[in-house]
Structures are given as C-alpha cells and as structure tokens.
Design a protein around this ligand. Structure first.
Ligand code: ATP
Length: 390
C-alpha cells in the first residue's frame, strides 16, 4: 500500500542534536546523524569517545540530556526499551544457559504469546547456519556459534534496527574475521538497519557501508570505508584508520595543483585532493603509496653486488614524483609486504610498505634511498597552526 511504501521510505534512524552528560562530563556532544534504513552503519572510535553511550540512547537504556531520536516518523526518545522496534546484540551474548538453543531463539515469540514458533525458529537457525543445533545448550557451542544464536534471537523479533555493541570482541582473530563476513551476509539477506559500535577499524571497514568516526563525543567524519581511508578530513581520522605519514608543509595554489614546500623540497598534489584553506598544512600519504628508490649517485644496494639487478630498490625516480632522500632505519618482513622505516633529513621516520612480489631481498637498514610518491596519491589537510609534528 501507499502507506507501507511511505513508511519504508521514512524508516531512517535519526539522532537529532543529542547530548548526554554525566555530571560535568559530556559523553555525547550535540550529535546529529541520519542512519539510512537498510544500511550497515558503524560508529567507530577510540575508547571513551561516546559510541556506547550513543548506542544505549538509541536502545533506550540511557536517556539523552538533550535532543531527540526518531525512527521513521516516530519520536522514540522517551519510549521504554521494549517498546522500541530495536534489538541489541551484546559482546557477552546474554543467552539463557538453562534453555536449549531452540528455546533461546524462540524466547521473544513465546513472550508475545505466539504458539506455533517452530517454522520461524528453524528459519532463523538456518539463516545463522545453525540448523540442527536446536536441542543443544549454549555451553555446548563455541563462542562464534553462541554469537550467532544471540543474533538469531534478536532477529526473530523482526526489529527495524539491530544494534551491535562490539559483538565480536570476545572472539579470537580468525573467528572474528569469519563472523565479519557472516554478519555482512546476514545483514544483506535480511535488509535490516544494522548499527554497529566498535573501536576496531578493520572490523568497521570490512562490514559497514557507512562509517562515522567519533572523537570526544562528536563525529569527525562520515563516509564509505574507501572515502575515509583515501580522503580523511582530519589527522585524527587519517591516523585512526590505518597508518598514515603526515608531513608538515606550506601550500600555495598553482592551477590544478597545490604547490607544497616540505622542508625546502617542492612537491605538488592535485587541488582536488586538498581540503586545506590556509597555507599551513599537513601532507598525508599512506605507507603503501610510498616507493623506495636507490639514492642518486649510489649503486643499487643489491645483495649480489653493486649495480646488479635483484634489489627491491629500483633506480630512478619517476618525473613529477614528490621525493625526499632518506636512510632506511628498520626493515620488517611481514610476508605479503615489507615494512620500512626511512629517516628523512628533518628527523621524521616515514613508514613505507613495499609488496613482496618477487624473489629480491629486502633493502637493508643503513641503505641510502629516495622515498617518492605520485601527487595524486597524497592528500592535504589544514594544519591550522596546531604545531604538532607528524
Ligand atoms: P568504550 O569503547 O571503552 O566502551 P565508548 O566510546 O563506548 O568507549 P562510552 O562508554 O560511550 O565510550 O563513554 C563515553 C564517556 O562517558 C567516557 O568518558 C565514560 O567514562 C563516560 N561514561 C559513560 N557512562 C557513564 C556513566 N554511567 N556515568 C559516568 N560516566 C559515564
């Protein structure tokens, strides 16, 4: 019907100017965000940034000091938790130990007085790939399986929004990675809004279609994982999502480019990749976008001898690349890639990742190199006189 369609279009979860204070401490600071219906949305940030408090206000476990929370056309700000079409999956599963898996999943239906639950429970167990586990006790399942029961138990209530509070925090790394893929598959299959809270950037990037990075009770930046990684808007976001080299520079417009002076060196980055308004800036570049080249006038430092091939350091810096000379201070072989630290003349150590594609050995510490990158791989942020070195 028309009403149903209008409802679907307006199923977004809206957090409007929400503030939460505990005594003198502001945990959530005038937060406004719309979480589109059907999206997998992650609130990502360090411990204490206010993400759990935000989630608890959406669940109704905490009342905002100011502001409103809307689900579609309904103001849910003052609704009791059980009156909200919202369910939460916690890190500690909270399964009933004395009930078997079937009854754990059936719980929400039974409480509502629904009699014929078998088909729905079997459906849910199938969705989370636990068909046939119905008569086991929670203690007879692995952590990952228990987490999937918790998910089934929440989903069977057909909430409009599912809240996930560090749901995979108790699992080991390998299982966590499997469950990330699994959660994403289930979200796509059921099409519900998932609001996921985590401090784990890899977890957020693997699962979410939109990430809001929180810091000090506010959202620093919101976007797709790729947008946040490729074009962070602040140094906080640049550092929180993966590793990033940040170099202090002065900037001047130069046609389609921003001309940069980095400790006397002339660099350029496309103007489209700069969000800086002032002249005092940070130049950011991810470790895997930096390349190492043999220093000019020195032989390629290969194990086989001067000038032979077989070194990971290729001679010559491409024309137009942004470059700085340095010396390798640390080499760490990490299988698929090698991580280098390269000290540049002003004392900063740049992190460089080189893919280990061939059989050539890594560049030894002490080797003189040139570090360079294509300007299109960098980005420029306002430094705003914060005076902190990268
Ligand atoms: P974590 O990842 O550690 O859970 P978080 O980002 O989820 O961190 P919150 O739990 O939302 O952070 O807490 C935000 C701030 O509010 C913290 O400084 C915390 O100490 C404070 N806080 C949270 N709950 C309360 C409370 N009930 N009473 C007092 N202060 C609180």
């Amino acid at each position: 019907s028309r009403q149903e369609r209008a409802g679907r279009l307006e199923g977004d979860l809206q957090i409007r100017d929400v503030t939460k204070t505990f005594g003198a401490h502001t945990a959530v600071d005038d937060l406004t965000v719309t979480i589109p219906e059907g999206s997998f949305f992650a609130l990502l940030g360090p411990s204490g940034c206010g993400k759990t408090t935000t989630l608890r206000m959406v669940a109704g476990l905490e009342e905002p000091t100011a502001g409103e929370i809307w689900l579609g056309r309904q103001d849910v700000t003052r609704l009791k938790p059980y009156r909200r079409p919202i369910n939460t999956v916690f890190q500690n599963y909270a399964l009933f130990p004395h009930l078997d898996i079937f009854e754990n999943v059936a719980f929400g239906l039974r409480r509502r007085g629904i009699k014929n639950v078998r088909a729905q429970v079997e459906d849910m167990l199938g969705l989370v790939e636990l068909a046939g586990y119905g008569d086991r006790r929670p203690s007879e399942l692995s952590g990952g399986q228990q987490q999937r029961v918790a998910l089934a138990r929440a989903l069977i209530n057909q909430p409009k929004v599912l809240l996930l509070d560090e749901p995979l925090g108790a699992l080991d790394l390998k299982l966590r990675r499997q469950m990330q893929i699994e959660l994403k598959r289930i979200q796509t299959e059921v099409g519900l809004t998932f609001l996921h809270v985590t401090h784990d950037q890899e977890e957020a990037m693997t699962m979410a279609d939109t990430i809001a990075v929180m810091n000090n009770g506010r959202i620093e930046q919101m976007g797709s994982p790729a947008e946040l990684y490729d074009r962070p808007a602040t140094t906080f976001v640049a550092n929180f999502l993966g590793q990033c080299n940040l170099l202090r520079a002065t900037a001047a417009p130069a046609g389609d480019d921003v001309a940069l002076t980095v400790e006397g060196r002339r660099w350029a980055v496309p103007a489209a990749r700069s969000s800086a308004a002032g002249t005092d800036v940070w130049v950011g570049v991810r470790p895997e976008k930096l390349r190492l080249t043999a220093a000019a006038g020195t032989a390629a430092p290969a194990a086989g001898g001067a000038g032979t091939t077989g070194s990971a350091v290729e001679p010559g810096v491409p024309a137009g690349a942004n470059a700085v000379e340095g010396v390798v201070t640390d080499t760490s072989y990490v299988g698929v890639s090698t991580q280098y630290l390269v000290r540049v003349p002003w004392g900063q150590e740049l992190v460089v990742f080189e893919q280990n594609a061939g059989v050539e050995g890594p560049v030894e510490p002490g080797t003189d190199v040139v570090v360079h990158f294509d300007g299109g791989h960098g980005f420029v942020l306002d430094a705003g006189g914060d005076g902190v070195r990268g």
